[in-house]
Design a protein around this ligand. Structure first.
Ligand SMILES: Cc1cc2nc3c(=O)[nH]c(=O)nc-3n(C[C@H](O)[C@H](O)[C@H](O)COP(=O)(O)O)c2cc1C
Length: 380
């Protein structure tokens, strides 16, 4: 792993290995991508303060969240069509997460079924739903997840409207998936990826294929997006999901303290502060910027997770110091799969994040995750 020292190294490698349209689908954000860029640079502005002469030579990365024990305070954000990076990405990710005892969030638009992921990941498999125009499709998916033994459901609430992803528009991605002439040329220039897709079959949204017969087979991305973005995603929808789901419920895509308080009051067990990785509102505030005010609003004990722009174990530490209990990452896991293959990719990202976080804690004089608190934050 000599040449792979950072997640950016994996991203660069993925960029070479993937057809441009596929890399851009994963890497890209909404509009002019202001938020996409700021999601990462905002972490540079946080400065940490080490405490010296602290006892202890080892660090404990284990973390408790929603009554469960995890091997580290980070996991994988739900991502649709992850197998575009490499066939088998979803399954490799959930296996690696279960081995590391960290959560894997399967998207309802993911390329593997919730039954298969639950079988591989056991208590480390979470399932994420979008409200669909036909609510029964979402409710059926939730029932399947519950029957498969999933106990943590993520409801995403920040994708009520289609987003303007200009790279996808330019590349023709999603409009005539795999058929557009420019896409064909792009695939021909990346024969390894294309042969893998031919052998493994282009990814489908496996959960929705099962729900909608062949409806999701032809143009999966397009049909799902159309259905989701026509659905009435409002407080009644949250109440419906809360009433129907007996397990733990996390609401993902929240950036406003009053929304957070209302979601808390509606009975959600926790909130994922997220701007969808800069993929929805072009100039959305970053998760890290709003985190402290959301923490103040919901109180010290309410579970808060954060995603969007986390690219290192140091970033994980910064999010915790600013008030998060747990952190999720999206793209880094797909870049790694495209760069190194699914299993090596997943293992590499997890090992890298663990090593970076452990180093940050050692430098800060932190023995356990609980030590990563406001005490280590520098303020002018
Ligand atoms: C390729 C891709 C697909 C995604 N699909 C979903 C999805 O199906 N459901 C969802 O809630 N979020 C989805 N997201 C957003 C992620 O869950 C997460 O919020 C975001 O990737 C975090 O930002 P990061 O990539 O900078 O870590 C997707 C993100 C990417 C990059």
């Amino acid at each position: 792993m000599g040449t792979i020292q950072t997640i950016e190294d994996l991203r660069r490698l993925a960029r070479r290995r993937l057809p441009r349209a596929v890399f851009d689908f994963i890497d890209g954000g909404a509009g002019l991508e202001h938020t996409l860029r700021r999601n990462q640079t905002v972490f540079e502005d946080v400065r940490l303060v080490p405490r010296v002469l602290a006892p202890g030579v080892t660090r404990d990365l284990t973390t408790r969240l929603l009554g469960a024990d995890y091997g580290a305070p980070f996991g994988v954000s739900p991502m649709g069509l992850g197998n575009l990076a490499w066939p088998g990405t979803d399954e490799a990710l959930v296996r690696a997460c279960a081995a590391a005892r960290i959560p894997y969030g399967l998207s309802m638009a993911g390329s593997s079924t919730v039954e298969r992921v639950a079988e591989l990941g056991g208590p480390f498999s979470w399932f994420q739903v979008y409200l669909t125009a036909d609510q029964q499709v979402m409710l059926d998916c939730m029932q399947r997840a519950a029957r498969a033994g999933v106990d943590t459901l993520v409801m995403t609430v920040d994708a009520a409207h289609p987003s303007r992803r200009l790279r996808n528009y330019r590349n023709g991605f999603g409009q005539s998936f795999l058929r557009h002439p420019w896409l064909m040329a792009d695939y021909a220039l990346h024969p390894n990826w294309s042969l893998r897709m031919l052998a493994g079959g282009a990814p489908v949204m496996a959960n929705l294929v099962a729900e909608t017969g062949d409806a999701a087979g032809g143009h999966p991305a397009l049909r799902l997006m159309q259905s989701m973005t026509r659905a009435p995603l409002d407080w009644d929808a949250l109440a419906l999901v809360r009433a129907q789901w007996r397990g733990k419920l996390l609401v993902k895509g929240v950036l406003e303290p009053r929304d957070a308080v209302r979601i808390q009051a509606a009975g959600a067990d926790g909130i994922i502060v997220s701007n969808h990785g800069g993929r929805q509102l072009e100039s959305a505030v970053t998760s890290l910027e709003v985190l402290p005010s959301i923490r103040r609003s919901v109180g010290a004990d309410y579970p808060l997770l954060l995603d969007s722009g986390v690219r290192s174990g140091g970033d994980v530490a910064k999010a915790l110091v600013l008030g998060a209990d747990f952190v999720l990452l999206g793209r880094p896991f797909l870049f790694a799969s495209a760069a190194l293959g699914p299993q090596a990719g997943a293992d590499t990202v997890i090992a890298l994040l663990r090593a970076e976080l452990d180093d940050t804690m050692a430098q800060l004089g932190c023995a356990c995750i609980g030590d990563l608190n406001a005490d280590r934050l520098w303020t002018a």
